[in-house]
Design a protein around this ligand. Sequence first.
Ligand code: RB5
Length: 148
Amino acid sequence: MKIALGSDHAGFALKERIKKFLIEKGYEVLDFGTTSEESTHYPLFAQDVALAVQKGEADRGILVCGTGIGMSITANKFRGVRAALCCNEYMAKMSRLHNDANVLCLGDRVLGEDLALAIVETWINTPFEGGRHAKRVELIKNIESGCP
Ligand code: RB5
């Protein structure tokens, strides 16, 4: 599985930690930055990761900012992207089982490192359940295709 990563300055430390974690687990990582704690703008990185997922250059994406909110708002503007802001393992699990989320958003200022890595691991390893949930994801796609 190829995973695109992105963060702003507030998410940089956690993004780096997640990158190391994923590489150690054998995943291929595409790092879209940022590259330091110098102040920058989260939409730029959300856009790069969302487009990589949309185009199929990455199977999934993980975005980190201070709260995860700005990243999720931005990533969900992109057709085909289902970005889920998760604060615990239950949300991570359900975002895969029921929503087929393809981008995970995390808040570095909200989560401890161990919890964040547990969320990532759960999210990566949980499949989409399909069935009645596939119909609902289809309905989201229908809304997207009619969007102005
Ligand atoms: C940066 O200060 C902060 O606003 C940003 O990382 C994020 O939390 C926005 O949603």
